[in-house]
Design a protein around this ligand. Sequence first.
Ligand SMILES: [Zn+2]
Length: 512
Amino acid sequence: MRILPIPYPDELIYSVIARYGVHFGRTSPKAILDDIFSDRKIIATIDLPNQLSKVSNQLPALTDYSETNLAYKHTFFPIYAPFTLESRKHKCLKLLSNRSQGSVHLMLGISASRVNKNITLKYCPQCLDEQLQQYGEYYWKRSWQVTGAECCLKHGMLIDSDITINSNHRHAYFAASPEHCIRMSQAKATPEATAVTTQVNQLLSQPPICSPTFTQWSLFYKQMANNNGYGKGESHIKHDEIKQLILNRWSHRWLKKHGLELNNKDTSWLKTIFRKHRKSFSYLEHIVVLSSFHDPDSNNNWDICKVINQVSNLSCSTTKPDEKTKNHIDIKTLKYHQNNWKSLVSKWGVKASRHRENGGALYAYLYRNDKAWLLKLNESYHLPQKTINNRVNWHKRDRQLCKQLITKSKIIELKLEHPQFTRNWYLTQLSSSSNIEKHLDKLPLCNDFFQRYCETTDDYQIRRITRSIQMLRNELINTSRWRVLRKAGLSEIRLTNLARHFLDNVIGDIIE
Ligand SMILES: [Zn+2]
């Protein structure tokens, strides 16, 4: 039987389950957990609840309440997803469907994040009134609970309810009600709250967007600093001036309250975001920096999702080695020589031109002063080579191969006993694999596939642990830690940190 009430727009899964309790008069938290999850150890999680497949199973089948849809529309997933790596995003979605017990928080960097977490559930009294009129009951909105998004854009600052997150009632779901949400007047929204809420709402309402790589984020921040006069030379960033820019927009008190205070240490988060990215930064860190770089008057007229799209389209191979020298030479002379070379090449081709008239000298001059332009032009006159390359339609080939790979991965997806799904393993499943390996640079779709679906050691160990536990449980054998490890062919020493964390949680029943 499908028993859960239909989620309202932007309603937390937590709230849907709480309303279920109210609708069916289930006052005991254990009874609710039994009904929905058949598992009393589930924690009532606000931000990223797991076991979404069980929630999805309790909702009407005809409507689209798939696990992915639930994750994007009724959990905090969309505020973390664009800032983690694309491959990790897909793993997290899988984990959210099942019993992940804290591993998603770990993988998305939330457990270790410096951003302070909200302590209580929050609400907007006037929105609650509107909900009561429209739906006949209250519910907890997701956008009210995101750290930093402290206001309702329509009515003003949010109010703290008396429900503490992660308190002693870890297994209980409290429905929004007049008892917990007292009707009181709201303060006007502060500029900080408005700036964050505007962007958080954009993130929450976006369909899935592609996550940029760390290299793309690094390049983006470097370019942003340079384009706004905060760069000095090739790689120097004027950190002090950027710090001042942020402090002009965000009060010290606000930054401190959210765990983002600025200092002059080399490890300050603001400095690291302008260096090479080695880990994900949180939505709040990005919003604080990005909005400071936008014109204060149009502060809320920018859209973080558009920025993310722009970053994920950045090409990181673009190098401009000649940019520096170009400034020191006479542009007019350069143009003159470029035109001469162009007319020579169009007549004689690249090789022959170097031996004609003063072709050799022209070539040398342009090579010294604008190599990128020269090579690009010459390339377009290398006709014979081009014809050879065109013989294989790599674009078409890429699509065909990727289709084969996806079909293969669907067949083996649920085979828990399978050896590690490495890139090499996938390659061996294709005909002429060595030839394909040599041309991977021409096969972006296949590369994407490998990025997403190849298993890391973490994944592989977690799969082996899962399989061992399943087998032991089927045989009704006690799943003690040593038995699981032995069955999985693993040892404490060989375990990766993530697999150890996973095992600790599953075996130790230590939840989040
Ligand atoms: Zn409101």
